[in-house]
Design a protein around this ligand. Structure first.
Ligand code: 8YV
Length: 325
């Protein structure tokens, strides 16, 4: 429990309407410069505030909690992914952690669909051609690309976002759905989407498009490695809107250069905002700056979800979205 008015730190600027709402819950400290906090600034937040609301740009690894002097009692993460937070270290300091699941499902699935269509239809390349003033006009064999409708998509991680993406691909584009997941999905979903659960290796071998939707964990780290790319078909495309860590980026560059796969659409990177050497120079790659959940509606909903968690915590109630209760 927090005695008196809680001190709440937002490590980045949030949509205005959410900051206003959060300010009603306590003494709000904002990062007006809106740059990632340094580890010293982050440590200061952890040791002086009751609630810290981090994002994916905050490295909350074990060292941040090691000295046992933290004051923070709740980390209300702005985002569903929490691989930037060392949960064991937070738990040892008896810190509660919440996230924002559900509200960013459709926005992220939309972006995966965007990347799949852009990569298949060479949209980035075409746009660069027009912008460069290098387009010489229409002809029957110009910039031929790959049709998406009716093709097979392999979904790695059939949770909320993977399922939403599958729905859009099945109902919107008539795609055949393969997936791999630790558990099978509800029968109602597999019937609706005629989805077939397969082993990772089979998925890579059979899919025309492979889309990553699994969380970043020790088990999924670099699961798309050199071996995995060798199993994919030469005409296949890889889409990543999950986390950079799931993908060995230099192996992706190599697979594209060697023609082991045809293209890729990437929104997340292992060392954001840095990209692996050579990735952005490849014509057959669409690279976006981690904008999966980046719609106004969704970022506001994510913020309001974090507000609901802070409010419950301050009232001594169970967190609506506990990662560490
Ligand atoms: C967020 C995301 O924008 O929620 C997530 O896990 O990947 C993004 O959509 C980002 O993580 C905000 O912290």
């Amino acid at each position: 429990m927090v005695e008196g008015r809680a001190k709440i730190v937002l490590t980045r600027r949030w949509p205005h309407v959410v900051e206003e709402r959060m300010a009603q819950l306590g003494e709000l400290v904002r990062n007006d410069a809106d740059r990632p906090l340094s580890s010293r600034e982050l440590r200061e937040a952890l040791t002086t505030a009751d609630v810290v609301c981090p994002t994916v740009t905050d490295d909350l690894s074990s060292g941040m909690f090691a000295r046992g002097d933290v004051r923070v009692q709740l980390l209300a993460n702005f985002g569903v992914g929490f691989n930037h937070i060392d949960l064991a270290a937070a738990s040892a300091c008896r810190i509660q952690v919440s996230n924002t699941p559900g509200v960013l499902t459709d926005a992220t699935a939309e972006l995966a669909l965007t990347l799949m269509l852009m990569s298949a239809r060479r949209a980035g390349e075409g746009e660069r051609l027009v912008r460069a003033g290098a387009w010489e006009g229409w002809y029957p064999t110009h910039m031929l690309s790959t049709q998406v409708t009716g093709k097979t998509v392999g979904i790695v991680g059939m949770g909320r976002i993977g399922t939403a993406f599958a729905r859009k691909a099945f109902h919107g584009l008539g795609m055949r759905i393969l997936y791999c997941n630790r558990t099978g999905v509800d029968q109602s979903i597999s019937l609706e989407l005629e989805a077939e659960r397969v082993a990772f290796k089979d998925l890579l071998e059979r899919a025309d498009f492979v889309s990553l939707h699994c969380p970043a964990t020790a088990q999924t780290r670099h699961m798309m490695d050199e071996r995995a790319f060798r199993l994919m078909q030469p005409h296949a495309h890889l889409i990543n809107t999950a986390r950079g860590d799931v993908l060995d980026e230099p192996a992706l560059v190599n697979a594209l250069v060697q023609g082991q796969i045809a293209g890729a659409g990437v929104d997340v990177y292992e060392r954001e905002p840095e990209l692996a050497a050579g990735l952005a120079q490849l014509e057959q790659v669409v690279v976006l700056p981690h904008m999966g959940s980046g719609t106004t509606e969704t970022r506001e909903a994510m913020g309001m979800c974090a507000v609901a968690n802070v409010q419950a915590f301050l009232a001594g109630e169970a967190l609506p979205n506990p990662v560490l209760p």
